[in-house]
Every structure is written in C-alpha cells, then in structure tokens.
Ligand binder design. Structure first.
Ligand SMILES: [Zn+2]
Length: 68
C-alpha cells in the first residue's frame, strides 16, 4: 500500500497521513508520497521522521488517528 502525507497543516496542528485510495485525500499538489509500506504503522513511523506532527487520517487510518 502507498501512503501519502498532507503537507498542509490541519487546524489541529496535524499533518494527516492517507492511504492512496482514501476518498478524503486532499488534492495531489498538497500531498507528498511517504512511500510503500506493508502496514500503516510503518508508514506513520516513516512520516514522523519528516513531520513529527504526522497523524493518521480519521477516515482511512482510524486506528492511527489520535486526538490531541
Ligand atoms: Zn484518508
């Protein structure tokens, strides 16, 4: 599965990570590819190296969506 990060900061201060087929995915020009990962957990871990505020999308990655 390919994962992408939304590089426009959310009002909450998060950068949301999405699966490539998420229907809530923002426009392509606001996305940065995180890469191909077998699990969302690994994708999040990798995204956090660049964006410490990375958070899972509540729609496609509900298990990795953390409320602050
Ligand atoms: Zn999503």
């Amino acid at each position: 599965m390919q994962y992408h990060i939304h590089i426009k900061k959310m009002a909450s201060g998060d950068y949301e990570v999405h699966k490539e087929n998420c229907e809530w995915c923002p426009p392509q020009d606001q996305l940065l590819p995180v890469g191909e990962f077998p699990t969302a957990e690994e994708a999040l871990k990798s995204a956090k190296k660049q964006f410490p505020e990375a958070n899972g999308c509540h729609h496609c990655l509900p298990d990795h969506y953390k409320l602050r």
